[in-house]
Design a protein around this ligand. Structure first.
Ligand SMILES: [Zn+2]
Length: 180
């Protein structure tokens, strides 16, 4: 997702994330190349992600490459299905400083409240900006790279971004919201 504006984080009581990383932690290298992002109408964007059963080096490496790809394209979120990996993994950093990276494995929205109308753009649909109906606040259950399960509240930009990226994991893209 492309969407640059300051976030206001409100952490839930179970927020266990210990530290955040930044764009500088994800330099490009021969072993960490940028991934090509699938662009609409590529049918592979319709493939759904599968849950990750165990976090291994393969998921860690993929998450690193996804983070690098997101940062180098000035995105605030990226789903594995956008880079043709059918795994339920998303990365997100809505901070202006680019120093608040989230990696969420098997993210699932377990509670929602409120409604919001957002203006969103997508790395897979270059040039499009669309109004989308979202939930305002969400609670997300996810696993982090160390295999710890976390439940965390998100609101504002982070909430919308997680909803946008989970859409991708379900094969849904921004264009579908316009069709509705
Ligand atoms: Zn997108």
């Amino acid at each position: 997702m492309l969407f640059l504006k300051g976030p206001e984080r409100r952490k839930g009581p179970m927020a266990l994330r210990k530290s955040s990383s930044s764009a500088a932690d994800y330099p490009s290298s021969s072993t960490n190349p940028e991934l090509p992002i699938l662009a609409f109408p590529d049918p592979r964007l319709r493939k759904k992600g599968k849950d990750v059963k165990k976090v291994t080096d393969s998921e860690t490496n993929l998450a690193r490459r996804m983070a690098y790809t997101m940062y180098s394209n000035e995105g605030i979120g990226l789903a594995a299905t956008q880079v043709n990996f059918q795994k339920n993994i998303i990365v997100m950093d809505t901070s202006e400083e680019r120093d608040d990276l989230y990696v969420m494995i098997n993210p699932e929205i377990v509670a929602r409240s409120g409604t919001a109308r957002t203006s969103e753009a997508c790395l897979s649909v270059p040039g499009l900006r669309a109004l989308v109906n979202r939930s305002e606040d969400i609670i997300v259950k996810y696993t982090d790279l160390s295999g710890v399960e976390i439940e965390e509240n998100f609101n504002d930009m982070q909430s919308y971004c997680v909803q946008h990226e989970i859409d991708h994991l379900n094969g849904k893209i921004l264009i579908d919201h316009i069709a509705n």
